[in-house]
Design a protein around this ligand. Sequence first.
Ligand SMILES: [Zn+2]
Length: 307
Amino acid sequence: MKLPLLTAAISALFCVSAAAQGVDYSKLEIKTTDLGHGVYLLGWQGGDSLILVGDEGVLLVDTSVAPMGDKIKAAIARVSTKPIKVIINTHAHADHFGANEALAKGAAIIVAHDTLRERMARGFTAFNQAIPPSAPAALPTVTYADAMTLHFDGETVQLFHPSNAHTDSDTLVHFKRANVIHASGTIGGDGGYPFFDMGSGGSLEGMVVAENKMLSLADDKTRIVADEGDPASTETLKASRDMLVTLRARVQKLIDDGKSENEAVAAKPTKDFDARWVHQGNFVTGDAMTRLAYQSLRSVTPPTTPR
Ligand SMILES: [Zn+2]
């Protein structure tokens, strides 16, 4: 579907913000945060990565953009001398699989949702940027449809696919022992409004399903990893889900009342949320969120799995 009002505004956004804004990758530093039980957050300025390290080797969630590959490798080397054995790509934004080939080196399996492999194989467009077909060595070698469980280094790593959430190819990654979830972009970085990329098959309805799924996995100590910033708490995740559910009801009522998109924006259905969820420099303002919600509720068939 086309998003004439929003595509221009979101052409330089997070998830691909660093790439879109011409960031000098040589100046970016990776901040490594120990989340316990061999799990580390590798944070930069875009699609943050997670690693699980142990005797068996390294499991890496998201490889960032190609120019960051060496920095990811160096960050891993600071906590493990073992090779990368498993790579998981969470979704179809270029900052989550860009360094696959360099980091897999033909030796690691690459795991992703079926749709992500299809997108990577044929090339696609995200945020108005053409992503060319990936090299064969960069493509996922193991794909799944709904859910998958990996057993690695004593950890149980559960993968879940929420339909049409941040994109159409999301994988939520749950490290059970470490009590960490990679949200695949389904929660806002640094506690901002969560973003769903309708041009890549995302939807408001799917975001609610994804956040409910994560809440079903979480307890009060779970850390939830967004695309950037420190991990969110379960409390923040719950607040995000509640906000999305309320916003969905408000915007649906405006639609049911026959309001146009501009009239819906003028009604300010996010006004009591903006103080908490609009962050400096974040493109997702209250008005942008209303437009996203309106367009999504008018256009996207609600997903059915998983609940
Ligand atoms: Zn993304």
